[in-house]
Design a protein around this ligand. Structure first.
Ligand SMILES: NC(=O)c1ccc[n+]([C@@H]2O[C@H](COP(=O)([O-])OP(=O)(O)OC[C@H]3O[C@@H](n4cnc5c(N)ncnc54)[C@H](OP(=O)(O)O)[C@@H]3O)[C@@H](O)[C@H]2O)c1
Length: 305
């Protein structure tokens, strides 16, 4: 397939482009070039989606399929206009941040209520507007937390480090709230779905998984016999431990969910979209260093006498 990835020069877009190259497709990464020029084996074309004529460099070529990772509705509309009639299939990488209700478990992509679309953000509302620009003719993959090599946040991989037998500090889960862990499935979904011409709305997240099960899978992947120490959120807040990413954090983005609230992803799996096992996920590490984690654990034990 002749496949442009609009973006394709960093993190997810780059992973999609790299996977499509592996599959033997003729891949074009189209971006400004400020973030690099895409993976080996892909062609790079310089475009600027903020300019009316910014996609001219893609000429009058035709493409079997295209993948877009944009966050700004104007960029999506400009691309659709510039490539009108020249792309056989569109995949748009969206987000579970489009959902209006993040608390009710078991919601489906095709029926869950969305935020009101907004041109200039916030993020989730702008992504709703991006999705609408495709008018129902694309594959829309709504990802939860995306992890893997090149992840600029490093939110995930600190859970996949550690020494066997060491105590690890885990944020205490609240009861009754189930969670879903999303994986790098998105990087494979884009190119594979395009080959099949699949369209529609899909959650690109794994089935629900409790935090305890998630941590057990991390420990198993490490071959670790770590003791889990469940620290209260209040204790972590008092000690200034961040919740998102950063050098002094226990980085998972939401206090009680992994990636996102639990969703019914049966339609995603029924469509043949596949999930990368948690154990195969990795990426850069942020969060507490081993020393800082040890000091935090000592403080936790000291407070309990
Ligand atoms: N990270 C998560 O956990 C998460 C969760 C859910 C969904 N998502 C979605 O996943 C996707 C992540 O995409 P990504 O990792 O590829 O990163 P990104 O930050 O969305 O990608 C930006 C890409 O667009 C290019 N770009 C930026 N401005 C441009 C312009 N004016 N004209 C042309 N190209 C431009 C950049 O290259 P240049 O700078 O070189 O132009 C880069 O290749 C996004 O759609 C995001 O909404 C992420």
């Amino acid at each position: 397939m002749r496949l442009p990835v609009l973006g394709g020069t960093q993190f997810l877009g780059r992973a999609i482009a790299a996977h499509a190259v592996e599959l033997g497709h003729a891949v074009t990464c189209a971006a400004r070039g400020l973030s690099g020029s895409g993976p080996p084996g892909a062609r790079f074309v310089a475009i600027d989606r903020d300019r009316v004529d910014g996609l001219n460099a893609l000429g009058r070529e035709t493409f079997d399929a295209a993948v877009d990772v944009a966050r700004e509705p104007g960029r999506v509309r400009r691309a659709l206009a510039a490539l009108d009639g020249r792309v056989g299939h569109w995949t748009f990488v969206s987000t579970t941040s489009v959902y209006a209700d993040t608390q009710t478990p078991g919601q489906r992509a095709d029926t869950a209520p969305l935020l009101a679309p907004a041109e200039d953000g916030p993020y989730g509302a702008a992504k709703v507007a991006c999705e609408r620009a495709f008018g129902g003719s694309a594959l829309i993959g709504r990802a939860g937390l995306i992890v893997g090599p090149g992840d600029p946040t490093g939110r995930f991989a600190s859970w996949m480090t550690g020494s066997p037998g060491a105590a690890r500090c885990w944020r205490r889960p609240r009861p009754r709230i189930r969670s879903s862990s999303s994986t790098g499935a998105t990087s494979r979904a884009g190119s594979c779905a395009a080959e099949r011409g699949l369209t529609g709305l899909f959650d690109a997240v794994a089935p629900a998984c409790t935090r305890r099960a998630f941590l057990a899978a991390c420990a198993a992947a490490l071959g670790s016999s770590s003791t889990l120490v469940w620290a209260d959120q209040d204790f972590l807040d008092r000690h200034g431990v961040g919740r998102e990413s950063g050098p002094y954090s226990l980085p998972l983005p939401l206090p009680d969910t992994i990636g996102d609230a639990s969703r019914d992803v049966s339609a995603t799996l029924a469509a043949g979209l596949t999930l990368r096992p948690l154990e195969e996920s990795g990426g850069p590490v942020t969060g507490l260093t081993a020393d800082k984690e040890k000091a935090l654990l000592a403080a936790w034990q000291a407070e309990r006498g």
